[in-house]
Design a protein around this ligand. Structure first.
Ligand SMILES: Cc1cc2nc3c(=O)[nH]c(=O)nc-3n(C[C@H](O)[C@H](O)[C@H](O)COP(=O)(O)OP(=O)(O)OC[C@H]3O[C@@H](n4cnc5c(N)ncnc54)[C@H](O)[C@@H]3O)c2cc1C
Length: 417
């Protein structure tokens, strides 16, 4: 039995702690905050093998450049001369190619399928209910260009073995949502996808971990990792010191700084997104949907709730929120669902969180060269919730020296070196 210290209590840190505790380790999870609000809470809740195309893909750079001058737009990179952004930006631009999309598809599909199977197995854990539903995901489009793109995506999904993927006409889509008028040309229906209620997932995991004897330590920002030889032996926070046999870096959008404490460089930037929740919605939707041109995610969850989320703002984590991004999200919703009349909410009803964005859209999962007892598990960008349970399982396998459930070389932490 080892003492494993997991840094960060988002979905990646908590699912890692779960698998480690299950395999008999003593586990401590340290967070700078209270575990009750991080990027893993306000997201759209998609568990989605369909998302095999990373953000770094052809066309995104030009689109991003155009959107930078529109405060309601879904994508924004805050210009800065900071080396971290320049390094990430160059790697992102170099990764935004058809070859990267091709290379990423199989690993993204495989880790999503692994993760989804793990979430499914969690639904059998007594008392752990997290709103998991297998209803598929719609990608709704309005333009001819998007329809053409959708055709290619469906063919690609079939080639990747996601054969239960269909192209729907606008009429067929409307039949799936008879209670709500939708303006569209059509949609892709990815039957392989599921969704869940992130709040319930996170609260349930915290409960499960505490019951299993995991030590959850809130309000302790990690400030230093003390090295002896090639190993980190102590984790030093604002007020405490933790001895460690193994350390897992799962600090989400802050992982670049923490990895640097272990003498490792990872190319990562925070990508802020926003969401709002209609708690007791009078509107009725049966299926989660991505509004393709609007870049908005909509999820009916946990009974009568509907969550609307979107925007990718690549900004430092101390940048004040721009609440008018929600206006952009709500405007897009109205273009597709004309009956949805949602007033701009007050600031306290708007959630935002920072996605840990790797430069090429693949996560970083693996051991590092500079310290032999450190595993990095971060950089999941727009897919951290979907890939959370699978990542936790893979980290447990790495720590135990077991054969990983899938090939993790595409996720190597040093792949840009
Ligand atoms: C609007 C929106 C919608 C999204 N929708 C989806 C979706 O539908 N499906 C999907 O798969 N993904 C989605 N995502 C992305 C997903 O939410 C993230 O990828 C995921 O939550 C990242 O999890 P994490 O554990 O890596 O990071 P986090 O959840 O951010 O957790 C990191 C933790 O590390 C802690 N930490 C940081 N620094 C320190 C330190 N120095 N010391 C101690 N602790 C520290 C933080 O306090 C935090 O609790 C969405 C994101 C957004 C913003």
């Amino acid at each position: 039995m080892k003492h494993v210290v997991v840094l960060g209590g988002g979905i990646i840190g908590l699912s890692t702690a779960y698998y480690l505790q299950q395999s008999g380790h003593r586990v401590t999870v340290i967070d700078k905050d209270d575990f009750l609000n991080n990027c893993s809470y306000g997201n759209a809740g998609y568990v989605c093998p369909s998302h095999f195309v990373p953000l770094a893909s052809p066309g995104i750079v030009w689109k991003g450049f155009k959107w930078m001058f529109n405060s309601l737009s879904p994508f924004y990179v805050q210009p800065s001369l900071k080396t971290a952004l320049i390094d990430w930006g160059l790697k992102f631009v170099r990764s935004a190619t058809a070859e990267n999309v091709e290379r990423s598809a199989v690993p993204l599909r495989d880790i999503a399928i692994l993760s989804k199977a793990e979430y499914e197995s969690w639904t059998a854990i007594p008392g752990f209910e997290f709103g998991y539903e297998q209803k598929g995901l719609l990608e709704v489009f309005q333009t001819e260009n998007a329809e053409e793109h959708a055709r290619h995506l469906v063919e690609k999904a079939h080639r990747l073995g996601l054969t239960d993927t269909q192209l729907l006409t606008g009429q067929e889509l409307q039949e799936m949502e008879p209670q709500t008028k939708i303006i569209s040309r059509g949609a892709i229906l990815f039957n392989c996808d599921a969704h869940l209620y992130p709040q319930k997932l996170m609260h349930g995991l915290i409960h499960l971990l505490k019951a299993g004897g995991v030590n959850l330590v809130p309000d302790q920002p990690v400030q230093k990792l003390e090295k002896s030889g090639k190993k980190i032996t102590k984790v030093i926070t604002s007020d405490q010191v933790f001895d460690a046999d193994e350390v897992v870096i799962a600090t989400g959008a802050w992982s670049r700084e923490i990895a640097a404490m272990a003498d490792t460089k990872i190319s990562m930037m925070p990508g802020r997104g926003y969401s709002i929740m209609l708690e007791n919605s009078g509107y009725k939707l049966n299926h989660p949907a991505v509004l393709v041109e609007g870049r908005v995610a909509i999820t009916p969850m946990d009974g009568n709730k509907i969550r609307f989320g979107g925007t990718m703002e690549v900004v430092p984590t101390n940048t004040p929120p721009r609440y008018n991004r929600i206006t952009g999200i709500l405007n897009a919703v109205k273009r597709y669902y004309p009956e949805f009349d949602i007033a701009q909410p007050s600031a306290d009803q708007i959630w935002y969180g920072f996605r840990p964005c790797s430069a090429d859209g693949l996560p970083y999962i693996g051991r590092i060269k500079s310290c032999e007892n450190v595993v990095v598990a971060t950089g999941h960008s727009m897919l951290g919730l979907s890939l959370g349970a699978g990542t936790g399982k893979l980290v447990k396998e790495l720590i135990n020296g077991e054969k990983p459930s899938m090939d993790i070389t595409p996720f190597a932490v040093d792949r840009f070196e």
